[in-house]
Design a protein around this ligand. Structure first.
Ligand SMILES: [Zn+2]
Length: 381
């Protein structure tokens, strides 16, 4: 199915003057954390990221996982084929999954781009924590040889920072997973590998924010923030029954956590950047016995970030957060191309439909989201 915008006509008329005057032009954003899946889902969702972002760090938790240069090259090719001509500049930046098969030698080959595709980071998923996390280590600290080699090469470690199981293999409270990781695993990791470049992905709790505000350092220890953790809290996730479209790891947290996230991005810290964690699932997986982990936000991510930055009076910090801080960590320049966002009300009224006719519902869907949600910013077509 060809790419199409999911935008319905503007629903409000009160904002017409604002819509004429409120717009912002920024360098094309950089997504530090993106899931595209494979096959028909990949073909359906990639254009939405490619239209909004110049580059994206592509998550490797496909089935099978991306843990060799060969599989990364094949995956890179599949993504490039799904990028529409109109968004031809979009470049996927590949990563390895930290499985037990991943070797130091493969990381070195990936770091230098031995066969034309470079590897930009290694992603760690705690065993059992989220979609296709069954290949991860129980504890990241077990991956000694790989971590040493990454430290030597300057290869970033991208952390899903949650503890899922305790030492007795019992499940931890899922609302405490990030807190436990920050309290114990992360400090030990940073102590043991003092030169390792680390990105703490999709921060969601006050504990993670406190830790990063104290220890974050440009080029060394950075963090990403999703649009949905900035926009929603768990009161909304449970309003009127559990909201499947908001079900993700880490879970959206308390309102206080969301407010702290907003306060943090308002500070314009150079080590904090946008990582959408957009994670599509077909509707039969998303709405079946509730529900696959992952918020699909590609069609609205940049728009949601703009809305939040506007709400907190920090639109002047939006471009660094979206377009400069991410690439700098990975040793890249910000994108040369630009996008313009305009303040105009709209709603997500349609699903993205795969070429097999399967619906993938974006977060904030007027039908399946919280109900009748209105987006305040949109990408200028
Ligand atoms: Zn993710």
């Amino acid at each position: 199915m060809p790419y199409r915008a999911l935008i319905s006509p503007s629903i409000g008329s009160g904002d017409i003057l604002a819509a004429m005057t409120d717009s912002i032009t920024i360098r094309k954003p950089f997504d530090s954390h993106l899931h595209l899946r494979r096959g028909s889902v990949l073909r359906a969702v990639t254009p939405y990221s490619a239209e909004r972002f110049g580059h994206a760090i592509i998550m490797p938790n496909t089935e099978p996982p991306i843990d060799t240069l060969g599989t990364a090259i094949e995956y890179y090719g599949e993504i490039r084929e799904a990028v529409p001509e109109s968004a031809g500049g979009f470049d996927p930046l590949m990563t390895f999954y930290l499985t037990k098969n991943l070797t130091p030698a493969e990381i070195e080959r990936g770091a230098v781009g031995a066969e034309g595709v470079r590897i930009y980071g290694v992603k760690s998923y705690p065993f059992g924590a989220t979609t296709n996390s069954q290949w991860g280590y129980r504890n990241i600290l077990e991956a000694k040889d790989v971590l040493k080699e990454m430290e030597r090469l300057g290869m970033p470690l991208l952390l899903h920072g949650e503890v899922h199981l305790n030492d007795q293999d019992e499940e931890e409270d899922p609302y405490d997973g990030e807190k436990l990781f920050i309290a114990d695993t992360l400090p030990r990791l940073l102590d043991t590998y003092s030169e390792l470049k680390v990105s703490l992905e999709h921060m969601s709790t006050t504990e993670a924010i406190d830790f990063m505000e104290k220890n974050g350092k440009e080029g060394k220890l950075v963090a990403t923030v999703t649009p949905h953790h900035l926009m929603y809290d768990r009161t909304q996730a449970f309003s009127g029954g559990y909201r499947a479209l908001l079900h993700c790891k880490p879970l959206v947290k308390r309102r206080e956590d969301r407010e702290r996230l907003r306060e943090m991005i308002k500070k314009g810290l150079p080590f904090v950047s946008a990582g959408t964690d957009s994670a599509p699932h077909p509707e039969n997986k998303k709405f079946s016995s509730c529900c696959a982990f992952g918020v699909f936000n590609s069609p609205v991510a940049v728009e949601m970030y703009a809305q939040v930055f506007d709400e907190i009076g920090a639109l002047d910090k939006l471009e660094d957060f979206l377009s400069a801080n991410g690439p700098r960590f990975f040793g890249l320049e910000p994108d040369e191309n630009k996008i313009t966002l305009e303040k105009k009300d709209w709603q997500v009224t349609e699903a993205v439909v795969t070429d097999e006719g399967v619906n993938i519902w974006p977060v904030a869907s007027a039908r399946h989201g919280l109900g009748n949600e209105t987006m305040r910013w949109r990408l200028r077509p």
